[in-house]
Design a binder for this molecule. Structure first.
Ligand code: TYD
Ligand code: MG
Length: 457
């Protein structure tokens, strides 16, 4: 007989305790413990993956010198952006978690990825949508694949029975929060359920050498829903982000045991699914010909990729006593800092003006080198004078108004050159060791904000 008991779980990290405690001994958070019912029946919980094709050998102790080092074999998907963020392709037996906001396109992207893998058997498990809904979506994508199978089921035990029959070579789970294990009584999406279901898929992936993609939800605050332990269990964590009102999406690597976490994939949501964008800068700069005030182009690097982005600013006379500061795609506090620098070092009166700042395309940029472009866009709108044509910027602004050096300057310059810019303004501290003759673009280097103002206006 199965024995029912309850336990307390930390909703932050997933720590299990027999009694309620105020402070989690593992992650030190307060008031995170919740009671959940669990049924333990150890005999049933053992899913036996022996005799499954691709099953690994028994492991034993081995001296490190005897381990033959070999390149991990990767299964390349038809999607170059996904290959890039995974570090070159899908590794056998890897467990990958993809998180993102609802409606961002997680289901679309992985349905599309699975459908395009025509040489292997793919199983798509959905606990969110019916077979008809998935079929409709697949029709929209217009990809035909007879080796692609669907399963709409949420109980992991039934799922594994079906898996044993089909023996898929890739499993996609949409989503981990909808699954439930019969060994745990609590509802789907709860800490103990997510932890148990993920653990079952982890065991399956490792013991059968089958790659598994787990799609996950995120919380209101933007963190991956479920206990932190979920992120520890998987090999790779990908975050799918972007503004739902825009077409562009960014797939970022947050953790990767098989590659770099600096990688980034850029997509556009179209009527026929997700399309990888290989020349993002070209798409992101919209104002190519018109000379408008308040627009500056930043030469940023996201992950490993150089990206030219348009920054738009609007500075107007404030109507109310307290001026407004509104940003989209940029950190509000960073904007306030830049305004304070301009106020103090340049004597500009932003205190009586409303400031609006927008990064075109709905992207969120984390690279501090965008500072200089933001500052120039602000000045351009303040003075209502358009910036010179075909000039872009790369520099971080310090508190005393100095322009600080940024990393990988050559890559940024090369990207600006490739897109036909004539000048790039960088920090003078970046000038050292830089051979300007090498580039077909004029590299201007300056040390202070005042110099930039004098040059531009
Ligand atoms: P979806 O993949 O369901 O998002 P998630 O799984 O992250 O919640 O994406 C849903 C949105 O994508 C929906 O608003 C419709 C849109 N969409 C397209 O724009 N083009 C397409 O080809 C498809 C299939 C969906
Ligand atoms: Mg979905």
């Amino acid at each position: 007989m199965a024995k029912t008991k309850s336990a307390f779980f930390c909703s932050n990290c997933g720590y299990e305790s027999a009694k309620w405690v105020g402070k989690c001994p593992s992650c030190q958070q307060w008031n995170t413990f919740i009671e959940e019912l669990i049924t333990k029946d150890s005999k049933l919980a053992e899913t036996n993956w022996k005799n499954y094709s691709g099953t690994k050998k028994e492991t034993s102790i081995i001296a490190i010198n005897e381990v033959v080092s070999q390149e991990e074999e990767r299964l390349r998907t038809a999607d170059a952006e996904l290959n890039r963020v995974l570090g070159g392709g899908i590794i056998a037996g890897s467990l990958v978690l993809i998180a993102g906001e609802p409606g961002i396109g997680k289901s679309t992207l992985f349905l599309q990825t699975g459908l395009m893998l025509k040489d292997i058997t793919v199983l798509y498990i959905s606990g969110e949508e019916s077979q008809q809904q998935i079929k409709l979506r697949a029709d929209r994508l217009k990809i035909d694949n007879p080796n692609f199978y669907l399963l709409t089921e949420t109980y992991t035990q039934s799922i594994f029975q079906e898996i044993k029959k089909l023996r898929p070579q890739l499993v996609i789970v949409d989503s981990i929060q909808t699954l439930q294990s019969t060994f745990i009584e609590s509802s789907p999406g709860s800490v103990s359920q997510v932890r148990e279901c993920a653990a079952e898929f982890q065991r399956f992936a490792k013991e059968t050498n089958t790659p598994v993609f787990l799609i996950g939800h995120i919380t209101k605050e933007g963190a991956i829903a479920g206990p932190k332990i979920l992120e520890h269990m998987v090999d790779t964590v990908l975050q799918f982000e972007g503004d739902r009102h825009y077409a562009y999406r960014i797939l970022r690597t947050l953790k990767n045991r098989f590659g770099s976490t600096d990688e980034l994939g850029i997509y556009e949501m179209t009527n026929e699914g997700m399309r990888g964008i290989h020349n993002p800068s070209d798409v992101l700069i919209t104002q190519k010909e018109d000379q408008l005030s308040g627009i500056a182009i930043a030469a940023t690097i996201e992950g490993m990729r150089p990206l030219l982005i348009e920054v738009q600013a609007l500075v107007t006379q404030s109507v109310y006593g307290t001026p407004q500061r509104t940003v989209s795609g940029f950190d509000l506090r960073r904007l306030q800092l830049l305004l304070a620098v301009l106020e103090k070092r340049g004597g500009f009166h932003f205190g009586v003006r409303d400031v609006f700042l927008n990064i075109a395309g709905g992207l969120k940029v984390e690279d501090p080198s965008i500072d200089l472009a933001v500052l120039c866009a602000l000045l351009s709108s303040y003075e209502d004078v358009a910036l010179p044509h075909r000039v872009c910027f790369a520099g971080e602004i310090g508190l005393s108004g100095e322009i600080r050096a940024v990393n990988r300057i050559e890559q940024r310059i090369a990207e600006a050159e490739k897109l036909g810019f004539e000048k790039i303004l960088v920090s003078k501290y970046n000038q050292k060791g830089l051979n300007n003759q090498k580039f077909n673009i004029e590299v201007l280097s300056m040390g202070r904000v005042e110099e930039v103002y004098k040059y531009l206006f």
